[in-house]
Structures are given as structure tokens and as C-alpha cells.
Design a binder for this molecule. Structure first.
Ligand SMILES: *[C@@H]1O[C@H](CO)[C@@H](O)[C@H](O)[C@H]1NC(C)=O
Ligand SMILES: *[C@@H]1O[C@H](CO)[C@@H](O)[C@H](O)[C@H]1NC(C)=O
Ligand SMILES: *[C@@H]1O[C@H](CO)[C@@H](O)[C@H](O)[C@H]1NC(C)=O
Ligand SMILES: *[C@@H]1O[C@H](CO)[C@@H](O)[C@H](O)[C@H]1NC(C)=O
Length: 372
């Protein structure tokens, strides 16, 4: 009996430690403080990399990319899953998620995670995007029954199917909501008021989504994930400090527990860390950019990961300086944009690998060289 109990205790301890976790403002893996260093492999076939067999087409490229990032000394990648919903998940004619491709998503994302684990690389999955208007899924922000169909038929089974994978780092729910925010939405509730965003460029995607609906969607997603996998880490990747911090005149943190729970009503539907993107505009960072400050400047009780940046749109134009600044500044991680080398404001692979390998042996702000 004692032996059996001891076994359960040991297994129990391992099952907690064998996954990335957050303690206060740092990441931990196997009881060791970890710094996330790597790159976005956002996509190879935009919005169509996963589901219904699609991964077969891009799998060799993902695996080669993981090899290269791992060889450079990186320990994390960030990969986009549904993006705008044009391919996955599948919808019926009324906009309800059918769940017919859920099994294939579990299998394909599982293959990616299993391969990444063999290379000691963690994976952050991004579900949705508001940086460009996500036409096929936009109704999920306003139609609660459709949103619930997605959570029940796709997201919860997906999380249940992947929660044992050691390489699963976190779920990043919506990329850059700021792209679809108005700069003029007045609201008595500061969580939904966006008038502080005037002059920030918010709303570049062209379609406005009411902030309360975005926060509700995030709250419901986070709650659904944690209801299936309480240890799972959740974040939402934002375009910068203006909507995620309180350190400047145009800044307001809309992703506090209060704002998220207030919008969606679900007490477990909160984020575990902040994920900020930071690029220069006309050659300069904003004074409140992570590249101009240290982590302590933001007074956060959760870690901050600089989840997107590019040497091309940085002030130093040096990958080594950028990676080192974020490491030594006390942040939780840094990921370059992006391995695919396509689109605007992207680094080439040479610069990505130079930045990653320049900090690969550091330990003062957490280990990068980890074994999964
Ligand atoms: C987290 O913060 C609390 C309160 O400041 C402190 O007591 C605790 O030791 C910290 N835990 C870790 C793992 O740093
Ligand atoms: C990068 O993504 C674009 C858009 O999906 C695609 O056309 C291109 O082939 C990708 N590049 C590589 C190197 O796979
Ligand atoms: C929130 O999560 C905790 C821990 O998993 C769980 O015990 C609790 O029932 C959850 N609360 C709600 C309202 O779902
Ligand atoms: C990291 O450590 C390895 C093994 O000790 C060494 O070969 C490499 O030169 C080091 N890299 C850097 C950038 O310090």
C-alpha cells in the first residue's frame, strides 16, 4: 500500500513539474527557472497548416525549422492554428463549429508537439488573429451560442487531447486585438473604453470589434482551457504596451483579471502571462517599449514575454543586442518574427539564429538550455 502511494506521489510530482509553469513573474520547468528564447514559425501556409490532413504538406518544413531553431540554442516556437477560421475549424451554414476536424487537429498538433519535444523545444499555439479582419470567425465575438459550439466541439477536446504533451507551453488566444479596436469608443467602464488609444494606430485592420466582446471571448476561451487542463498556461499576444500596461499616458491594461472576468463572468478565465509585441515606428521605439525599459518598470505581477520583434524594426539593428537586452532586463522570454521570412517587418534566418545563439548559455535570468 505504501509503495503504491509513494508511486502516486512521485508520478504526481512529475506530472506537475514536467510542464512549463508560472511562479510569480517567472517561468519554471522541472523546478528550474527558465527563460523562453526562440522564434515565431507563425505559418508556412497562412491559416491552413493544420486540420483535415493539411499538416502533411508542411510537416517537413516545420520539422526542419524546429531542428534549426533547436540547433541555434532556442527553446520555444510560436505557431498559429486557426488564425481566421478559413480552413479550420469547420463551420456549418449557420456559423456553428461542427467539430468534424477536431480529431485531425488533435493528431496533427500532437505530431508537431511530439517532434518539438525530441528537440527540447516548447510550443506556444496561437488560436485566432485580429491583426487582419478574421472574416470566417468574426461572428464568435458577438454570437455566444456559436462561440460555445467552438469551445465544446473543438477547443475543449483539443486541450484534452494535448494536455499530456510536454512541449505544450501555452495557448495564445488572440493575436493583436489592437488591430481591430476603435480609438474613439467611449465607455463608463475603463476596461471597454478605448479613447486613450487616439494616435496609437489602433484599428488598422479596418473592422472594429467592441472591446467587451474581445475580452469576453478571451475569458470564455481561458476558462474552457482551464476547465479541461487546470495547469495550462494562457496568454493573448498584444501589439504593445498601450493595451497591456499602465506605464504611459496612452497606456491602460485591459487584460487584468478584473477586466477579463468582468467582461465574461468566468472566474478562471484569466491570463497567466503577458505577451507583448514591439517594433519601431519610423525608426524609433515608443519610450515605454520593452526595448527601452527593464521588466520592473511595468510593475507586473505576471511575467512578460516579448513575443514578437524584428531586428529590421529595432533601434539597435543587432539581433545579439536585442536578445541580450530582454534576457538581462528580467523578462520571461523573446521570440523573433519570423522564421518563414515572409510579410512585413521580418528578420532573416541568419539574424534570428545569431540572436538566439548569442544568449543560449546564459543562466542569470533562467536557463535556456533545457531538457524536455
Ligand atoms: C512568490 O512571491 C511570494 C510573495 O512575494 C514569495 O513569498 C514567494 O517565495 C515567491 N515564490 C517564488 C517561487 O519566487
Ligand atoms: C511563408 O508563408 C507564405 C504565406 O502562407 C507562403 O506563401 C510561403 O511559401 C511561406 N514561406 C516558406 C519559406 O514556406
Ligand atoms: C476554477 O478552477 C479550480 C481549479 O481547477 C476549480 O477547482 C474550480 O472549480 C474552478 N471554478 C470554476 C467556477 O469553474
Ligand atoms: C555555449 O556553450 C557551448 C558548449 O560549452 C560552447 O561551445 C559555445 O561556444 C557557447 N556559446 C556561447 C555563445 O557562449
Amino acid at each position: 500500500m505504501k509503495v503504491v502511494l509513494a508511486c502516486f506521489v512521485i508520478l504526481g510530482v512529475q506530472s506537475i513539474d514536467g510542464f512549463l509553469s508560472v511562479r510569480n513573474t517567472s517561468f519554471y520547468y522541472n523546478d528550474e527557472k527558465v527563460f523562453l528564447s526562440g522564434a515565431n514559425i507563425a505559418w508556412f501556409d497562412f491559416a491552413r497548416d493544420f486540420g483535415s490532413g493539411a499538416y502533411n504538406q508542411v510537416r517537413p518544413r516545420f520539422e526542419y525549422a524546429i531542428d534549426e531553431i533547436s540547433n541555434a540554442g532556442g527553446n520555444v516556437i510560436r505557431v498559429w492554428v486557426h488564425t481566421d477560421g478559413q480552413w479550420s475549424p469547420k463551420w456549418d451554414q449557420n456559423g456553428f463549429a461542427t467539430g468534424e476536424d477536431t480529431e485531425s487537429l488533435i493528431q496533427e498538433l500532437g505530431q508537431l508537439l511530439d517532434y518539438a519535444a525530441t528537440k527540447n523545444v516548447l510550443v506556444i499555439f496561437v488560436l485566432w488573429n485580429l491583426d487582419v479582419t478574421p472574416q470566417p470567425m468574426l461572428h464568435l465575438y458577438t454570437q455566444e451560442d456559436r462561440l460555445q459550439s467552438y469551445l465544446d466541439r473543438v477547443l475543449k477536446p483539443l486541450v484534452a487531447g494535448l494536455k499530456h504533451k510536454r512541449a505544450l507551453a501555452a495557448w495564445d488566444l488572440v493575436n493583436e486585438p489592437m488591430g481591430s479596436l476603435s480609438q474613439w469608443q467611449e465607455d463608463p467602464n475603463p476596461c471597454y473604453d478605448t479613447t486613450h488609444l487616439q494616435g496609437t494606430g489602433a484599428g488598422w485592420a479596418g473592422t472594429t470589434v467592441y472591446y467587451q466582446n474581445i475580452l469576453k471571448l478571451i475569458n470564455w476561451h481561458a476558462d474552457a482551457i482551464k476547465s479541461v487542463d487546470p495547469k495550462a498556461l494562457v496568454t493573448t499576444g498584444e501589439a504593445g504596451e498601450f493595451t497591456t500596461t499602465n506605464v504611459c499616458e496612452k497606456c491602460r491594461d485591459h487584460y487584468t483579471d478584473e477586466c477579463l472576468i468582468g467582461a465574461g463572468g468566468k472566474p478562471n478565465g484569466t491570463i497567466d502571462f503577458y505577451a507583448l509585441h514591439s517594433y519601431t515606428w519610423e525608426g524609433r521605439y515608443t519610450p515605454s517599449s520593452p526595448f527601452k525599459n527593464q521588466f520592473n518598470f511595468y510593475n507586473k505581477k505576471k511575467p512578460i514575454v516579448v513575443e514578437e520583434f524584428s531586428t529590421t524594426n529595432s533601434e539597435s539593428h543587432s539581433p545579439e543586442v536585442n536578445y541580450r537586452h530582454i534576457y538581462e532586463g528580467g523578462y520571461g522570454g523573446i521570440l523573433d518574427w519570423q522564421y518563414n521570412e515572409s510579410g512585413k517587418w521580418v528578420d532573416n534566418k541568419h539574424d534570428i539564429f545569431a540572436g538566439i545563439s548569442s544568449i543560449r548559455n546564459l543562466t542569470s535570468n533562467g536557463k535556456i538550455d533545457i531538457k524536455l
